[in-house]
Design a protein around this ligand. Structure first.
Ligand SMILES: Cc1ncc(COP(=O)(O)O)c(C=O)c1O
Length: 360
């Protein structure tokens, strides 16, 4: 281990209070959290402490100017009870890519990985055992200078906490293609997992819900023509046997599940195209009877089937995904990798006590 992470354990675990068969998403937090601070140009004092509230200064810059980025990842248990992570290096890289856009100093990738491994190892008993369940991991960084004025902060807190989540039985979602609000434009912050992006999405999402839709399907901000993504998911279309997903263009989050699903489906022999997709192409494919499936991918839901899309007042209904569907296959592949049931041909799954970690 390269970093001297000081560990202070809880006196008494809260784990006995957890009902593994009934875990509300996002509301249960494990015993410990990792914290490090950025001061005088360096990340210092990496430590694991009992999970607890922070004290925050009223002038803390993050509260005013939103300089904050985050990640969302999961640890699962293999069939043999071993904690495992899926492509943790990609999450480390994406956090830094998001941070670079927000003038947040880089976190050494090995510090990120050592922190995640050590924290998950300590709280591994919080990982729910059922396939599809997981320990959700939330790394994030925020600006802590006590200062009024717009400039990059000089101090930051990097925190990672975790919480168990049950199997996500996502019900099919109904999407509203958004023609008034935009999530991101090229040159904006859409490719960063920046806190403010999510704040900006709340009003359009609420308006879509008031019209009977679950989520917004974002279109590009220049022409309202190209499909971008959905809520906290990337989007895939199956058109005439081909799997198509919008190419990342600087305004779309580079979803890690998206990359996994593209590769896994290619392994299975499907043609997967990453290219601009217009909403008109989607509507026309539906009219022609060639729009076979629509689904979203993301760490939380893994794969979520889309059952309807509304555009310019016209709602198209997409046939239900059967057991033979591509979305069902994609979900089974990711869940199977996470549980070790499916062979990890790409070496994406990293056991938490990885020897690579010891050598870091
Ligand atoms: C805006 C947005 N798009 C897509 C995704 C899916 O990304 P991933 O598969 O890495 O979870 C997420 C979730 O992180 C997201 O917040």
């Amino acid at each position: 281990m390269k970093y001297d992470i000081k560990i202070t354990k809880v006196k008494e675990s809260r784990l006995p209070q957890l009902d593994f068969d009934n875990i509300p998403f996002g509301k249960v937090f494990s015993d410990h959290m990792f914290v490090a601070n950025y001061e005088n140009g360096a990340w210092v004092n990496p430590r694991i402490e009992p999970f607890a509230a922070f004290q925050i200064h009223p002038a803390s810059m993050v509260l005013h100017y939103g300089q904050s980025v985050f990640e969302g990842m999961k640890a699962s248990k293999s069939l043999h009870g071993k904690p495992m992570l899926l492509r943790p290096d990609m999450h480390a890289k994406r956090l830094n890519a998001s941070g670079a856009r927000m003038c947040i100093p880089e976190i050494p990738e090995d510090l990120f990985l050592e922190a995640v491994h050590t924290l998950v190892d300590l709280d591994k008993d919080w990982i729910p055992p059922k396939e599809g369940s997981a320990l959700y991991i939330r790394p994030y960084v925020y600006a802590t200078d006590e200062f009024i004025g717009v400039k990059p902060s000089e101090s930051y807190t990097f925190c990672i906490f975790t919480g168990p989540v049950g199997p996500y039985y996502a019900k099919p979602v109904r999407l509203l293609a958004e023609e008034t609000f935009v999530r991101a434009v090229k040159g904006g912050t859409g490719e960063a997992k920046a806190a403010g992006n999510y704040a900006a999405s709340l009003l359009p999402a609420r308006l879509a819900q008031s019209k009977g839709f679950d989520q917004v399907m974002w279109l590009d901000g220049n022409e309202f023509k190209y499909v971008q993504e959905v809520g906290t998911m990337n989007i895939f279309f199956v058109i005439d046997g081909k799997v198509v997903t919008p190419a990342t263009d600087g305004a779309i989050l580079k979803g890690i599940t998206r990359y996994c699903v593209m590769d896994l489906l290619r392994d299975k022999g499907y043609t997967v195209e990453e290219r601009p997709v217009t909403i008109h192409e989607v509507m026309e494919a539906h009219a022609a009877g060639t729009l076979q499936e629509v689904f979203g991918t993301g760490t939380a839901a893994v794969v979520s089937v889309v059952e309807a899309i509304s555009y310019q007042g016209k709602v198209i209904e997409i046939a239900a995904a059967g057991p033979e569907s591509i979305s069902t296959l994609a979900k089974a592949e990711i869940d199977g990798l996470r549980s070790g049931r499916i062979e990890d041909a790409h070496n994406w799954v990293v056991p938490v006590d990885s020897p690579a970690l010891i050598n870091m």
